[in-house]
Ligand binder design. Structure first.
Ligand SMILES: NC(=O)C1=CN([C@@H]2O[C@H](COP(=O)(O)OP(=O)(O)OC[C@H]3O[C@@H](n4cnc5c(N)ncnc54)[C@H](OP(=O)(O)O)[C@@H]3O)[C@@H](O)[C@H]2O)C=CC1
Ligand SMILES: N[C@@H](CC=O)C(=O)O
Length: 371
């Protein structure tokens, strides 16, 4: 099979290396922004590459949503097998991509877009075939996990740890997406769709890690807890809810023990209770490996189909948690709010919509799950 590569950054270069190790798969050309010397292997004609009749597989690992969205659509319209790591493009467009793939005889595979090198979506797609999943939760951003680990173990500040994560190829081109939680928001939108076979009903905005201070880290340490950034999703009776937030976890919690840039997930269903995954959620070769695993499925004709034929609606009340809030505002008008110590409040059990009420009273509040 002949392949083309869109995006020649951290992930793209890893994909190129691995394609060269697979018999029967050849990299024909690479789409790049500036003109490179080595034409026609490097090309600026993205549309020409993805509609080339000799090309079967399109690896898409561009940053940003354009031209990636346009090129993925053109490739699918031309009946290609598209493999992408670009969650910012996949999250809002997946329904269209699945439809275009069905209409034109190609396919869309997105393993690397969520949890990097971990076959998490593969597990989700496999497990939801037999029964409705009750939910999932996990650590989905390697950069945030690396930063939190460094802040708690080494006393580093956020910006120094972020610079290291960037140097190691974990961070997004715009790292705000990592620290403010948008990267996990895209991944959660995608996972909800695959886990529950549902069209996208939107998702409440994430809480990132940027509001955490040394004071919060000292509080966690004093309470024998570890701070991690998690996404939790629950499905019940055709409704679902998600929350993305920092979490103060007991030290024996599965997710509290995930170090460095690693990710980990738990998937829940009645028959197996829970299944856990752990691995590299970011980084060049881990992510490239996930894209090549998709390519091998294409070559063997064993791609997992994506079905999005249900219309589940969100219901914030499904997420009942205790929330830790650091705020100088008076939060006593919120039912179940009580002062923990100093400017810290505990609220709950309360649904995820309590976040809106807290933010109305204090837009600067640090809000986290307290377990
Ligand atoms: N890094 C990781 O660990 C993971 C990344 N991802 C996703 O994979 C994708 C790639 O990530 P990563 O490799 O880290 O990002 P990089 O920023 O390293 O690479 C992105 C590449 O896209 C190119 N690009 C952007 N816009 C254009 C354009 N208009 N025309 C041509 N090329 C363009 C950039 O070119 P130039 O440099 O010339 O601007 C760069 O080579 C992203 O969508 C990311 O979210 C997913 C999982 C893990
Ligand atoms: N920036 C992301 C890369 C993988 O999706 C992360 O840090 O997890």
């Amino acid at each position: 099979m002949q392949a083309v590569l869109l995006g020649y950054g951290t992930v793209g270069k890893g994909v190129e290396k691995l394609v060269n190790t697979v018999d029967g798969l050849d990299m024909k050309a690479v789409f790049v922004l500036p003109e490179f010397e080595d034409l026609p292997y490097f090309s600026n004609d993205g549309e020409g590459l993805v509609t080339d009749p000799d090309v079967d597989v399109v690896f898409e690992c561009l940053s940003g949503t354009e031209p990636s969205n346009t090129l993925i659509r053109k490739a699918l319209e031309a009946g290609k097998h598209v493999i992408t790591s670009n969650k910012a493009t996949v999250a809002p467009n997946l329904e269209d991509y699945v439809k275009l793939a069905e209409e034109n005889g190609g396919s869309i595979q997105i393993e690397a877009s969520v949890a990097g090198g971990i076959p998490f979506l593969d597990a989700v797609l496999k497990l939801q075939k037999l029964e409705d999943l009750n939910g999932f939760e996990g650590i989905f951003n390697g950069t945030s996990n690396y930063i939190l680990d460094q802040m708690q173990k080494e006393g580093q500040d956020l910006s120094t740890a972020l610079r290291d994560a960037q140097a190691m190829g974990y961070a997004e081109a715009d790292p705000t997406n990592d620290v403010e939680g948008m990267d996990v928001w895209y991944k959660t939108v995608i996972t909800n769709m695959l886990a529950y076979n549902t069209k996208n009903d939107g998702l409440r905005k994430p809480l990132g890690i940027s509001k955490l201070t040394p004071e919060d880290i000292a509080l966690a340490r004093g309470e024998n807890k570890v701070i991690r950034h998690i996404s939790r999703s629950v499905q019940k009776d055709g409704r679902y809810a998600s929350v993305i937030a920092p979490a103060f976890l007991n030290r024996d919690d599965y997710l509290a023990n995930v170090p460095s840039n690693y990710n980990a997930q738990l998937i829940y269903a009645d028959s197996f209770d829970k299944i856990g995954l752990f691995g590299q959620g970011a980084g060049q070769m881990a992510t490239a490996q996930a894209m090549l695993a998709n390519a091998l499925d294409t070559m063997e004709g064993t791609e997992r189909p994506i079905r999005l034929d249900r219309n589940l609606k969100q219901d914030d009340s499904l997420i009942q948690e205790t929330w830790l809030v650091r705020s100088e505002a008076d939060l006593s008008s919120i039912p179940t709010a009580r002062v923990k110590e100093g400017s810290y409040w505990l609220i709950g059990p309360a649904g995820a919509d309590v976040i809106d009420r807290i933010q109305e009273l204090d837009p600067q509040a640090m809000i986290a799950l307290w377990r």
